[in-house]
Design a protein around this ligand. Structure first.
Ligand SMILES: NC(=O)c1ccc[n+]([C@@H]2O[C@H](COP(=O)([O-])OP(=O)(O)OC[C@H]3O[C@@H](n4cnc5c(N)ncnc54)[C@H](OP(=O)(O)O)[C@@H]3O)[C@@H](O)[C@H]2O)c1
Length: 341
């Protein structure tokens, strides 16, 4: 869909979710009218049409100071929209763009508002193969899934080597990792805590769906039976420990998340006896040229057909409840926020 710029007055005043800290340390979120004059410095003003919900947004929404130091604040680490004005010669009014990561939605007013102002170095032109909405169905979660998959491929992982595990598979990163790995010909095993996600994960290409409790329990043995050629892990904690211990000889795990715990334990044995690889993945501070290259791939040879099937559409009215659901690990696919709703 081609989005028209809103009328002038609506470009000056805009609607946004604002989270405030109360005197008792509690956090309240309300939809308010804000002024463009209150947005942070930046050379590019963007009218936001779509955003999406990520685990980090739920943390910011709940007052997690490791994500957002200063309140009142408008969260939203993802935004897709239309350039209103830019000092960058490469960007013109009307260009369709997206922004993910860097400081957006953390301490810079984010995509849960109809306008953002950011440095042009954060801006990606919308790939020709994606609509604004599709780019937000992917969002940071989908982009991170793609980064994980690309890292595994760069480390030599191939479909012929055996099964690939995806943890937290009903969440945003997990679901898109399942779909992408399956599209690339891998035999994908999805780990989830949600019975109701099984059918969708199978539709996305998982050959087997396993209960996350099996992988998530503490196990003090230094090594486990070899199973996975590779894994995408969004969970961390004991799950990541067990995944490392059960990688096949030379296997790799791309680790990007911490929903179970940021801490995990391992000995060096899987590394020195099986030559396994632990690959760190960060989508936030990645150089913009890498972001632009991978977004173009997601709009072309890595374009997923099933994006609408994993999307729940929400407006401002559903934002609070949806963020609360994500915070308690209840995501089932991707929530996309329509800022014009
Ligand atoms: N490194 C990066 O750049 C980067 C980028 C994006 C996201 N992340 C991180 O990746 C993680 C996932 O992000 P997301 O956007 O996919 O989140 P999400 O949509 O909220 O999904 C997280 C999934 O993890 C599983 N889960 C939740 N609590 C769990 C627990 N206690 N133990 C085990 N599994 C649990 C659930 O799936 P099941 O019920 O299916 O198990 C849940 O749906 C988060 O930690 C996020 O911060 C990192």
């Amino acid at each position: 869909m081609n989005h028209q710029l809103r009328a002038d007055r609506q470009l000056q005043e805009f609607k946004a979710l604002q989270v405030s800290e109360g005197s008792e340390g509690e956090y309240n979120a309300v939809v308010v009218e804000r002024s463009v004059d209150d947005l942070p410095q930046g050379d590019t003003l963007i009218q936001v049409n779509y955003s999406s919900l990520n685990f980090k947004d739920a943390m910011s929404f709940s007052g997690n100071k490791a994500v957002t130091r200063q309140y009142p604040h408008t969260p939203g680490i993802d935004a897709a929209g239309t350039v209103v004005s830019s000092a960058d010669a490469g960007l013109s009014a009307g260009d369709e763009v997206l922004v993910i990561g860097y400081d957006l939605g953390m301490n810079t007013s984010g995509g849960f508002g109809q306008m953002i102002r950011v440095p042009s170095e954060w801006v990606v032109k919308l790939p020709s193969g994606l609509s604004q909405k599709e780019s937000m169905i992917l969002g940071t979660a989908g982009f991170t899934a793609a980064l994980c998959v690309e890292k595994l491929l760069l480390n030599g992982v191939q479909p012929s080597q055996g099964r690939v595990l995806v943890t937290g598979a009903s969440g945003g990163v997990g679901m898109i990792a399942v779909a992408l790995l399956s599209k690339l010909g891998f035999d994908v095993v999805a780990s989830t805590g949600k019975q109701e996600a099984h059918a969708r994960l199978t539709e996305l290409g998982a050959s087997e769906v396993v209960d996350r409790n099996v992988l998530g329990e503490e196990n003090t043995r230094p090594m486990l039976k070899e199973d996975w050629a590779a894994a995408v892990d969004v969970v961390g904690g004991d799950t990541l420990s067990n995944v490392i211990k059960s990688l096949r000889y030379g296997g790799s795990v791309a680790a990007c998340g911490l929903v179970q715990s940021p801490s995990f334990t391992t000995t060096v044995l899987p590394f020195i006896l099986r030559g396994v690889n632990l690959l760190g993945v960060d989508s936030v501070q990645l150089p913009i040229e890498t972001k632009r290259r991978l977004w173009n791939k997601l709009g072309a040879q890595w374009k997923l057909d099933q994006l609408e099937n994993i999307c729940t559409d929400i407006g401002f009215a559903e934002l609070d409840a949806s963020l609360a659901q994500v915070l308690k690990g209840g995501a089932n696919g991707r929530f996309v926020l329509d800022l014009n709703s």
